[in-house]
Design a protein around this ligand. Structure first.
Ligand SMILES: [Zn+2]
Length: 305
């Protein structure tokens, strides 16, 4: 018998907030709501699998049960993504028009302060690191542009990339999370230059951390890098961002080369090479699924050959 895992409180709150406590299908704010597992697996509590729906629509989805096209998982996912991006857009418009210059300056300062705290905190204080990253996450949702947070993180990355594995892992995971809402896809979201700049910066920071952990032969961090790159790659493919993909591929190439050279004179960091090769194959498959993007495939192959 399998034990059903409860949705973690933080994920639940986050999903409810992103959906403004409102059903993503009918968008009727007066109706009672539930959280629906889109893929039908009640143990998959990843926020991308959770949709906020009213009881009426939840019944409809469950009756459809995948047999009709009305509420297939893909359709529910589209409703979720579309509604979440609408909520986000409305919030951004509201907050930008009401914020004073002093407030803006304060939150700019606050972001830097937290980033410096993050650097100075000990690497075994996982709770302390996680709390600061969570604070940055909320600052980035509510108060400061994502680019600014990434920019501040970029300044300090070299201080922890080589020697502080826990911090490096958590930062890499958080950066992929900062950009997760871009995954709503081009049908629902028009990507701007600012978003593209954010993606560039994210790729740069994650790449830097990847190269650092290749030098010190740290497999744990390399695995985090690989997961984060895979998430970002999916976004690049969906928006057809080929020059970004090339940058990512170049980092990948550099990481593999570094793994091969690591501990030169003794032996190469084979586990690192293996992990990165696995990632490269994963990226190719992802690009292959989307046939219009033949360039991606060539790129990821060319970059490592
Ligand atoms: Zn509804």
């Amino acid at each position: 018998m399998s034990i059903r895992r409860r949705i973690p409180r933080k994920t639940e709150t986050d999903v409810l907030y992103r959906n403004d406590m409102t059903c993503c299908i009918c968008r009727n704010a007066d109706k009672g709501i539930q959280i629906h597992h889109i893929d039908g697996n009640r143990n998959n509590n990843d926020s991308s699998n959770l949709a906020v729906v009213c009881t009426t629509d939840h019944d409809k989805i469950q009756k459809a049960g995948g047999l009709t096209k009305d509420f297939s998982p893909e359709v529910v996912r589209k409703y979720k993504q579309n509604w979440e991006s609408t909520v986000l857009k409305e919030r951004n418009q509201r907050r930008d028009s009401s914020k004073t210059l002093v407030e803006k300056a304060f939150f700019k300062y606050e972001t830097k302060r937290i980033v410096y705290e993050l650097v100075s905190i000990k690497d075994n204080d996982i709770d302390g690191i996680a709390r600061r990253l969570e604070y940055l996450y909320y600052l980035q949702i509510l108060e400061v542009p994502t680019f600014q947070v990434l920019n501040d993180l970029d300044d300090v990355t070299p201080f922890f990339a080589y020697s502080q594995a826990n911090k490096a892992c958590l930062v890499v995971e958080q950066i992929a999370e900062f950009l997760s809402w871009l995954r709503v896809g081009p049908e629902h979201f028009k990507i701007t230059k600012t978003h593209k700049d954010c993606l560039n910066l994210a790729i740069k920071i994650i790449g830097q951390i990847g190269e650092a952990c290749a030098i010190v032969a740290n497999l744990k961090t390399l695995k985090c890098v690989s997961r984060a790159f895979a998430k970002i790659w999916a976004t690049l493919v969906s928006y057809n961002l080929q020059s970004h993909a090339l940058k990512l591929s170049n980092h990948l190439k550099k990481i593999i080369e570094t793994c091969q050279k690591a501990e030169e004179g003794t032996k190469p960091f084979d586990l690192g090479v293996e992990e990165m090769t696995k990632l490269r194959q994963g990226l190719e498959i992802m690009a292959e699924h989307n046939l219009k993007l033949k360039g991606f495939l060539k790129m990821s192959r060319a970059a490592v050959e």
